[in-house]
Design a protein around this ligand. Structure first.
Ligand code: ADP
Length: 269
């Protein structure tokens, strides 16, 4: 699926490689044009971050990515007064910078952030598109070039950490998942340089391991881990060692589960 590059994108600009699963590129572009905030849902390592960097480069927009964590507060996004020399100076946070200068602000794993972050995002994600900065007394109006994109992994949600409906319903949302086999083989081959015929058994194995999610495993193998595994194999590592290091050890610490996964790996690869 292709559509023309933005005039801001020169042939020199490097657009990160991204294989689309469906119409997400068109949806992103419409959201951008119509100033709608975007929510990406899906498991870790399935391509959400790559998609955002791909689209930012295609549209010729600056991208500011923030990986949210449980200590991340609103002030980490908006900014704070800091002591510099003998003076107290206001330093914009990444969200404020993106609102002032235009561009995409991508908040990865938004559910991890503290509750006060939602308060800051609400007036930015409705038709007001404003960012009130209580500490400086300013109210910034987001320019047309500003876009907010957030992501989360629905699989990691708990009662304590879930995106409230009042926040969710301010975004248009795209669901991501691992791609069908042929496309995933193409991605892993392109990213790692390993030939598709050697990648295919890894993808088959990943499908077997993903089927175990919810039984012995909290999460299935991500596309990211498969790229790592194929990279190790392409660098000459014995495939079973590469699979153990990249597709089994990161999934479990339980010796019995690890043993069971190794047996599946031997049967498939
Ligand atoms: P997420 O943000 O969902 O955790 P990433 O975007 O970081 O995942 O994806 C992990 C890696 O998987 C990327 O660095 C890239 O190598 C590969 N990848 C996943 N999906 C795609 C895709 N659709 N096209 C190209 N590469 C992809």
């Amino acid at each position: 699926m292709t559509f023309p590059l933005s005039p801001n994108v020169t042939s020199q600009t490097l657009v990160p490689h991204y294989i689309a699963a469906g119409n997400e590129c068109e949806l992103f572009e419409v959201a951008w044009t119509r100033k709608l905030p975007l929510l990406l849902k899906g498991p870790t390592g399935c391509g959400k971050t790559r998609f955002v960097s791909h689209m930012a480069a295609r549209l010729g927009l600056p991208l500011s990515t923030v990986s949210c964590h449980d200590d991340l507060a609103a002030a980490d996004l908006t900014g704070r007064y800091l002591l510099k020399g003998g003076d107290t100076v206001w330093i914009d946070g990444p969200l404020t910078r993106a609102v002032r200068n235009g561009g995409i602000c991508y908040l990865d794993e938004i559910v991890e952030a503290r509750k006060d972050v939602a308060v800051v995002l609400h007036p930015l994600t409705d038709d007001r598109r404003i960012l009130p900065l209580e500490r400086t007394g300013e109210t910034l109006q987001a320019p047309p070039e500003f876009m907010l994109v957030v992501s989360y992994n629905p699989g990691y949600q708990s009662i304590l950490k879930a995106l409230k409906p009042s926040t969710k319903q301010r975004f248009i949302a795209i669901e991501f998942d691992f791609l069908p086999k042929d496309q995933e083989i193409a991605i892993v081959a392109a990213e790692s340089g390993l030939e598709p015929r050697h990648v295919a058994p890894l993808v088959n194995l990943a499908h077997r391991l993903r089927a175990m999610k919810g039984h012995d495993l909290e999460e299935g193998v991500s596309t990211r881990l498969m790229v790592y595994c194929a990279t190790l194999i392409g660098s000459g590592l014995n495939p079973q060692d590469a699979i153990a290091a990249a597709m089994i050890e990161p999934l479990t610490d339980d010796p019995d589960v690890r043993q069971a996964l190794c047996e599946v790996a031997k049967a498939v690869y």
